[in-house]
Design a binder for this molecule. Structure first.
Ligand code: SF4
Length: 105
């Protein structure tokens, strides 16, 4: 998964999925990256859906949102400066130090 997404992350792009299968990319896109995304769109969608954030207990999904982080204050707020939910990191939580996949007993 990382190798498929790494060209996008290295370019500093933010990539996320919006249901049902819309790929949202923000940042400075070159023609080469556009071609890469078009060619690998299905695999990129699958890789993002299997990201750490999507499997983390700290993810919250208000309404139809694909998901926001509920604990990392270092990430940008999802809905304005005072909102507690944060936009998930561009790497999908791959390097997140506080990712958690199971609830403590
Ligand atoms: S940023 Fe980290 S803590 Fe937040 S949802 Fe993603 S993996 Fe979980």
């Amino acid at each position: 998964m990382d190798s498929l997404l790494s060209p996008l992350y290295k370019a500093g792009l933010h990539v996320e999925v919006r249901p049902p299968s819309r790929l949202i990319v923000s940042g400075d896109l070159t023609d080469e990256l556009r071609r890469y995304i078009r060619t690998h769109k299905a695999e990129i969608l699958l890789a993002l859906e299997d990201s750490n954030c999507q499997r983390c207990i700290h993810l919250r999904r208000p309404g139809a949102a694909y998901g926001y982080c509920s604990i990392r204050d270092d990430l940008p707020p999802a809905y304005g400066d005072t909102h507690p939910l944060r936009i998930c990191p561009a790497d999908g939580g791959a390097s997140c130090a506080v990712v958690c996949f199971i609830r403590p007993h």
